[in-house]
Write a protein that binds this ligand. Structure first.
Ligand SMILES: Nc1ncnc2c1ncn2[C@@H]1O[C@H](COP(=O)(O)OP(=O)(O)OP(=O)(O)O)[C@@H](O)[C@H]1O
Ligand SMILES: [Mg+2]
Length: 321
């Protein structure tokens, strides 16, 4: 196991951000961490990196107890939302900074050799002598990644690294980063607010809420079988009814007056809030006030905002929920 969190807790004064949480991260795997704003994702990353400390519990990296080891002696790097490059240093100088001033000072030729090798890997060797403001946002994030990896960390922590990029660039850079981390065999813990991004990036996804992990698992599994309503709301599409999860793909809506309400197929009543288009398909956002949930459903038929509808199971579908 590359990293193990064993019953770690974090308190700021009286407030406990998370309580006795556990996680195992395998060598070479990428774990996506999702959860509502303020649930403690950044605090967890900072504590793993050693920029903050756990109040309780133990952190092991490659089997070694790192709980009280200083940040600079942990084999961990933390990458932020903003690339945070030094504006008056060239790209090559930015990347090799850690080798020059880090704990084991590396000679100049060797610094340049290693810096150029990494720049080549992130496809920016032609930019070695440029300054950060002469690079695009995506290129700067690639530089920032190269800088993080030059010290060969065992673990890289990424705190919403793409959220300052525009949506299109974000989609292309995340697959690039995933492939890159996989190629290099780097283990990563990756925070995002974006469910799709969490699914694309992570071998595993950890859903954090209320000071604990609600569920940790393979993304598709968590998506299909959320363990509780919190997970379903954050990570899945569907509704919780009578204690069971019904995926959105198993239900459709009908206009309320077209459907006998005593029909056993009827699951719940709702109201269309608005329509939206995605990937050329029409979707409806439907409020379900009685169970205080909502659902997004694809439907080719026309519904209007405010239409009263009922959710019914799709014909030919049998689920055990
Ligand atoms: N230095 C601090 N002192 C006191 N409270 C703090 C400190 N840092 C964070 N907190 C609190 O801890 C909680 C978790 O914060 P954190 O930044 O980890 O959340 P997050 O999950 O990263 O949120 P976001 O998704 O918005 O980035 C918040 O309630 C925050 O106010
Ligand atoms: Mg945060």
């Amino acid at each position: 196991m590359l990293m193990q969190l064993m019953n770690v807790s974090k308190r700021f004064g009286e407030t406990e951000v998370f309580h006795r949480i556990n996680m195992n991260v395998e060598q070479g795997s990428i774990v996506s961490l999702v959860g509502p704003s303020g649930c403690g994702k950044s605090t967890l990353l900072r504590s793993i990196a050693g920029l903050s400390s756990f109040t309780d519990g133990q952190l092991l990296i490659q089997g070694e107890d790192m709980t009280t080891v200083k940040a600079e002696h942990r084999p961990v790097v933390l990458m932020f939302q903003q690339p945070l490059l030094f504006p008056h240093f060239t790209i090559l100088e930015n990347i090799t900074y850690g080798l020059k001033y880090g704990k084991d000072k590396v000679k100049k030729d060797e610094r340049i050799r290693r810096g150029m090798a990494l720049l080549e890997k992130v496809d920016l060797e032609a930019y070695a002598d440029r300054y950060p403001n002469q690079l695009s946002g995506g290129q700067q994030q690639r530089v920032s990644l190269a800088r993080a990896l030059i010290l060969n960390p065992a673990l890289i922590l990424l705190d919403e690294p793409f959220s300052s990029l525009d949506p299109e660039l974000r989609v292309s850079i995340r697959t690039w980063v995933r492939d890159f981390l996989k190629q290099e065999g780097v283990t990563a813990l990756f925070v995002t607010h974006d469910r799709e991004e969490a699914m694309v990036m992570g071998d595993q996804v950890a859903v954090m809420k209320g000071g604990t992990f609600q569920q940790i698992g393979v993304p598709e599994e968590v998506y299909r079988n959320p363990e509780n309503r919190e997970v379903a709301e954050m990570f899945s599409e569907g509704i919780f009814l009578h204690g069971g999860f019904i995926p959105a793909g198993d239900v459709q809506m009908e206009k309320e007056h077209d459907q006998r309400t005593n029909d056993p197929a009827v699951l719940e009543g709702g109201r269309v809030k608005y329509a939206m288009m995605k990937y050329g398909l029409q979707f409806y956002f439907v409020d379900l006030p009685d169970i205080r949930q909502s659902i997004v459903l694809h439907d080719d038929r026309t519904f209007y905002d405010g239409d009263r509808v009922v959710l019914v199971r799709k014909k030919g579908r049998v689920t055990d929920a």
